[in-house]
Design a protein around this ligand. Sequence first.
Ligand SMILES: C=CC1=C(C)c2cc3[nH]c(cc4nc(cc5[nH]c(cc1n2)c(C)c5CCC(=O)O)C(CCC(=O)O)=C4C)c(C)c3C=C
Ligand SMILES: [Fe+2]
Ligand SMILES: [Fe+2]
Length: 316
Amino acid sequence: MTTPTVSPDTVGVLFMAYGGPETLDDMPGYLADIRAGRVTPSAVLEEITNNYRQIGGRSPLPEFTRAQVDATMQALEATGRPLKAYIGMRHWTPWIEDTVRQMLDDGIQKAVAIVLAPHFSSMSVAKYQKKIKAGLEMHHGHIDFEFVNQYHTEPGYITALAQRVREGIQSFPESEQSDVHVVLSAHSLPVRITREGDPYADQLLESARLVAQQAGLNEEQWSWSFQSAGRSPEPWLGPQLDEHLQALAEKGVKKVVSVPVGFVSDHVEILFDIDIAAQEVARELGMTLVRPPALNTDPLFIGTLASVIERKVASL
Ligand SMILES: C=CC1=C(C)c2cc3[nH]c(cc4nc(cc5[nH]c(cc1n2)c(C)c5CCC(=O)O)C(CCC(=O)O)=C4C)c(C)c3C=C
Ligand SMILES: [Fe+2]
Ligand SMILES: [Fe+2]
């Protein structure tokens, strides 16, 4: 039994994110965790390591996560409630299970858990939540957790993305702006999830429609695409960004703004998959592709996180 370090009324706020390698040496272990222990073929290891090398040799995700957490906790100070922030990663350190252990050691009795991913899926958010339960079981402890399952229609999140869309369009000369086509995207998942009744794809489209509407786009000015499908033989949700760009080019589109709505910070799926791989496809197709910055610590997005957390804290 350890001595509590927090007052009994302190509410823990557990922020969870995907996790990312801090050096290229972490890659084999990181991929082994993502691939649930399946051996990573050496060609795949080499390819993904090379992708990370091209974005600076490490993932910026841990740093952005810390900045988002600090900013959100600052915004939550106004509530006057005693809160303590924790960070747990799904696929790398600090592991969610270890953070849960730290929360138990600190004497946390009540907590809110939120994933830095706005859309619910059995293959994403639910897996993070299972890790919390595994951590509690592993360390024989109990914490009353309130889970934030999704926040994909929150006004601040939608407005922040609509601003990114407008910013992207306005980066083109005024005379060209009416020709710009906006592609909203998110991480693909295996097609089987929709058969299983997973809400992920519907929630993404709901966010996308709200963003397009708020940015003042008509149906011809935007479209949906998945991106970053995993390397497994089963079919993944599409169209994939590269084939979608090809289809748009065939329709005569020459100017594209790419706004990934499923990611809330810049990391490899954006910095490599869009800024390097999709850019190359666009260049080959004679297109100009603009990708405004991810939400990162955008005050509207941070305000959204603070607001959904505050509502859960109030219900504890
Ligand atoms: C909604 C689901 C997923 C999100 C969001 C997501 C984000 C995300 N992914 C990476 C990096 C990698 N992901 C990889 C594989 C992979 N990712 C998901 C789902 C989401 N990822 C799945 C289902 C899979 C397949 C896992 C499997 O069993 O094979 C990989 C491995 C290589 C590959 O298969 O492409 C990497 C690397 C980041 C950085 C990220 C950011 C939030
Ligand atoms: Fe992934
Ligand atoms: Fe991925």
